[in-house]
Design a protein around this ligand. Structure first.
Ligand SMILES: *Cc1c(COP(=O)(O)O)cnc(C)c1O
Length: 429
């Protein structure tokens, strides 16, 4: 670890809990102290000690074009000269909404908010307003932001630090949340009733590491929701404009009632959105009785970054390239692991992936959590020393961007190979 990062981290811990503004960043999932970042460009991130890394975090998902994409930077600069925030409508918001709705036919209207958390919080409120019911079903290891009622067996930081249920959330609130294993339709059937307002799901789970939906799982959720008159919420904060331009709902051919978005739609600026058919969105204030508001919602600079990002994504072969390179990476890593006899499982959907240190398929939180975290931590730090910045937790997804060129992928495979060789030797002793 560099000297400057160490020093900054000491200083940060005096004024920020754990020295960070979001828990997983603190590196407690792998030990050691976090890198303080100076800047990033393309596929590379640079820390305050002037060390360079291939970035496989991508700000946890938003940076699908890579860092500092020229077109996005220009859009943001231009927007900044016109004013930072007005608290009044702008045409940019309408254009971003039109672009998103064109890509997601399940939505006819949407509301922009400032984060993924706000989007899921509002989506639950909408589902409850529409159905007059209170209970929400979610999945173990599913993370939907730090919404009170969704911090039940939650993924991401909750899973990383073994605090899936947060302190400070009244049990009266969490009693309304049922959490069951991912990919388990039988479990869903067993807990469904006419009290359930909605099932909320990551259509590709990303916050317990990357876990794809089993064949028929999402279709099954659609059918069960219809049978019980509950709403199906796809939390596409991570998957929207990531696994395809049209989200996981198009990839798997299942239409949710409500969709939440975030991350990529802001291109790295703070944003979120929730949307649904007109009939549902008409319940939202000022059209209807469900209240939801935001001083900075639809912020013109965030919207400019989002529009620029989506327009680059739309007019390109980026998703094909991402698939090709990510698949090459997967193949390379898998054969390196076989060569060195290190048991791993690589889960991947498009440019979203996780290397689990386990020998059994990872299909839900329980199987993800069987991974050897000690081995992962060693892998993480050896990769860091090789100049590769991975998510500092076994239970998080990594990402490639359009800026990860073929030669980056080849370099990555080479480095993984060297590191796995070392791990095989160390853990065999
Ligand atoms: C990141 C994420 C969120 C939360 O978004 P924030 O912008 O961090 O509040 C919600 N749901 C999913 C699936 C996410 O990946």
């Amino acid at each position: 670890m560099g000297k400057q990062s160490e020093a900054f981290f000491q200083r940060a811990q005096e004024v920020l809990p754990g020295g960070v503004n979001s828990p997983v960043r603190a590196f407690r999932g792998v030990g050691g102290s976090p890198l303080f970042i100076e800047m990033a460009q393309g596929s590379r991130i640079f820390d305050v000690d002037n060390l360079q890394y291939i970035d496989c975090v991508g700000s946890w998902g938003p940076m699908i074009l890579g860092h500092g994409h020229r077109y996005v930077v220009e859009a943001v600069k231009k927007a900044a000269t016109r004013g930072f925030s007005f608290g009044a409508p702008t045409i940019g918001e309408v254009e971003l909404a039109e672009m998103i709705i064109a890509a997601f036919p399940s939505m006819e209207m949407l509301r922009l908010v400032n984060s993924g958390t706000e989007a899921t919080m509002s989506a639950l409120r909408l589902a409850r307003a529409a159905t007059g019911r209170s209970v929400v079903v979610k999945f173990d290891g599913g993370y939907h932001g730090h919404v009170d009622s969704l911090l039940v067996k939650a993924g991401s930081g909750g899973a990383t630090f073994n605090v899936p249920d947060s302190a400070g959330v009244p049990k009266e609130v969490t009693e309304l949340t049922i959490s069951i294993p991912y990919n388990d339709l039988e479990a869903v059937g067993a807990v469904m009733s006419k009290d359930v307002a909605a099932i909320i799901v990551e259509p590709v789970a990303g916050n317990m590491g990357c876990v794809p939906p089993a064949e028929g799982f999402l279709q099954g959720l659609r059918e069960i929701c219809d049978k019980f008159g509950a709403l199906l919420i796809f939390d596409e904060v991570m998957t929207g404009f990531r696994v395809s331009y049209n989200g996981a709902q198009s990839l798997y051919g299942v239409r949710p009632d409500i969709t939440t978005l975030g991350k990529v739609i802001g291109g790295g600026m703070p944003i979120g959105a929730y949307g649904a058919p007109r009939e549902l969105m008409q319940l939202v204030s000022p059209l209807g009785p469900m209240y939801q508001a935001g001083t900075l919602s639809g912020n013109p600079i965030a919207v400019a970054a989002g529009r620029a990002t989506l327009s680059v994504l739309k007019n390109s072969s980026i998703y094909n390239d991402l698939e090709e390179r990510s698949s090459e990476f997967e193949t390379g890593v898998t054969s390196a692991a076989e060569k060195h006899n290190v048991p791993i499982v690589v889960n991947r959907v498009g440019s979203m992936w996780t290397i689990f240190f386990t020998d059994a398929p990872v299909t839900d939180f329980e199987s993800a959590d069987k991974s050897n975290r000690e081995k992962f931590a060693r892998f993480f730090h050896l990769m860091l020393a090789e100049g590769v910045y991975l998510p500092p937790s076994q239970l998080e997804a990594a990402f490639f961007s359009a800026a990860h060129a073929k030669k980056d992928i080849l370099q990555l495979i080479e480095r993984v190979d060297r590191v796995l060789k070392k791990i095989a030797w160390e853990f065999e002793k």
